[in-house]
Design a protein around this ligand. Structure first.
Ligand code: GLC
Length: 508
């Protein structure tokens, strides 16, 4: 979830979402021509409507307050009713939840609180039965500190092969008590953490998320094994977390934070968007193409738009998120520029454009559109993260115009669903949900809240469990209190209310 720069991805031909139509050879990319199934139709992902499920907040079948895999299976009818082509599941793997599941302790299992591999298989079968594809989240930049590899690295000590799967360094100063560099984690605070024997490890995100060393052949081989593991279980595609950060050049002497900031991000930067990351994705593409149809991937890459085609290339991941609408105001000039730029980028890659209005990392767009624009810096980007001041004030300042935000969210949804390319919709978007500001500090979970307290309240407000019914415990989410508290107003937006109302956002 690094601060976005300017990301866009290209768009091909105009097709209705989810429809497969004959393509000509001229329209076909090299990847597509590899697929026997693509001889007659365009691959599903090019024009798909993909619905993002945040599993711990979707539906709780076993009554422990945490959404789970059987909960998703129980709602397959609802998902089919949305007319979506695919679901993307945020991480459901074993995790200590230091970062909402993006701290993965085992890449090839299901968190026991969310179910079992058999539950996962049943969910995939139920979704496939309804013609819905399944995309899972892969988190390759870092593991959890509870991953067996990290525990082994701590036990094995300095200089060990186990430590070489991560980025360990000696500290500076007397007794190495100073971190190796003054780098900052993207979640705030230092990017290095000291372990008992005095060495330090790098974590670009939370302390509980040690960065992997992508120069290690073992790390590379293990992720290929993970991709095969899920592909063999019938998973159709992958969303690649922080795809632009895996490979690093950590040749000594390491640069300072100021030196890093002055370096161009042109493929040679030590930490981000390095050209050599595409060697990893070229290998993954060969694996994806062993399957019929080829497995798909979409990159979460916060990079300059000029570099997006590298990620979206048919020789690489094949598709990349275009996050520009996450930062745009509801403004025709901004929308027009974003659409025009992204259509132009289409010419540079064989992929299709993606459109994203909300996800699990940003303030929901119904709320963004009901708040004043935060103002723009010289680069055209928001001067402050949109909605962050409102969240910090507990949802009082500036005043939120809920009705206006919702009207605009509905219009924006129609707009992106009518554009060429794939639309990625975040759970609750179909209900026109607003961000939840009313979460007591004691119940907050997001590491950004703890590491940047006072400055950033974190992302819990878009991760509050969905309301399924107007009343009842947790508005039908489950039989227990939900893991994040739901405000009273949420019930009025429940699925059962909206299903009955012909004017509702859901019916729209
Ligand atoms: C991505 C995820 C975000 C997570 C971060 C670290 O940006 O979308 O939720 O915190 O990666 O894994």
């Amino acid at each position: 979830m690094p601060p976005p720069t300017d990301l866009a991805s290209p768009a091909p031909h105009h097709l209705p979402k989810g429809k497969t139509v004959p393509v000509t050879n001229a329209q076909r990319t090299p990847t597509e021509s590899l697929s026997p199934a693509s001889d007659q139709v365009a691959p599903w992902w090019r024009q798909a409507a993909v619905y993002q499920v945040y599993p711990r907040s979707f539906a709780d079948a076993n009554g422990d307050g945490l959404g789970d895999i059987p909960g998703i299976t129980s709602r397959v009818g609802y998902l089919a009713g949305l007319g979506i082509d695919a679901v993307w599941l945020s991480p459901f793997y074993p995790s200590e939840l230091a970062d909402g599941g993006y701290d993965v302790a085992d890449y090839r299992d299901v968190d026991p609180r969310l179910g079992t591999l058999a539950d996962f298989d049943a969910m995939v079968a139920a979704l496939h039965d309804r013609g819905i594809k399944v995309v899972v989240d892969i988190v390759p930049n870092h593991t959890s500190n509870r991953h067996a590899w990290f525990e082994e690295a701590i036990a094995a000590g300095r200089g060990s092969a186990a430590r070489d799967r991560y980025v360990f360094r000696d500290g500076r100063g007397p007794d190495g008590a100073e971190p190796p560099t003054d780098w900052e984690s993207l979640f705030g605070g230092p990017a290095w953490e000291r372990v008992a024997d005095g060495q330090w490890y790098l974590h670009n995100f939370a302390v509980e998320q040690p960065d992997l060393n992508w120069h290690s052949p073992e790390v590379r081989a293990d992720f290929v094994r993970t991709l095969r593991f899920w592909s063999d279980r019938g998973v159709d595609g992958f969303r690649i977390d922080v795809a632009h950060m895996l490979t690093k050049d950590l040749t000594e002497p390491l640069p300072s934070r100021a030196e890093l900031a002055a370096m161009p991000i042109d493929g040679t930067h030590p930490l981000v968007d390095r050209d050599d990351v595409h060697e990893v994705y070229a290998e993954w593409r060969r694996v994806f193409n062993e399957y019929d149809p080829p497995r798909t991937a979409v990159a979460e890459a916060w990079v300059d738009s000029s570099r997006v085609p590298l990620y979206a290339s048919p020789e690489g991941l094949g598709q990349a998120f275009n996050f520009e609408l996450l930062e745009a105001d509801f403004d025709p000039g901004q929308f027009r520029r974003i659409v025009t730029d992204n259509l132009a980028l289409a010419a540079r890659s064989g992929s299709s454009t993606t459109w994203v209005l909300s996800n699990h990392d940003v303030v929901r767009h119904a709320t963004r559109y009901g708040l004043p624009d935060p103002g723009r810096g010289p680069d055209g980007r928001p001067a402050r993260k949109h909605g962050s001041d409102w969240l910090l004030s507990g949802g009082t300042e500036p005043a939120l115009d809920r009705a206006r935000g919702l009207r605009r969210a509905r219009a924006a949804a129609l707009f992106v669903l009518g554009l060429p390319g794939a639309a990625y919709l975040y759970q609750g978007e179909e209900l026109g949900l607003h961000e939840v500001a009313e979460i007591p500090d004691a119940q907050r979970q997001d590491p950004t809240f703890f590491r940047r307290r006072g400055e950033d309240i974190g992302r819990d407000g878009c991760r509050v469990p969905l309301p399924w019914t107007a009343s009842g415990t947790s508005f039908g989410f489950g039989s227990a209190d939900p893991h994040l508290p739901q405000p009273a107003w949420l019930g009025a937006h429940a699925v059962d209310v909206q299903e009955r109302d012909p004017q509702s956002t859901l019916r729209l």
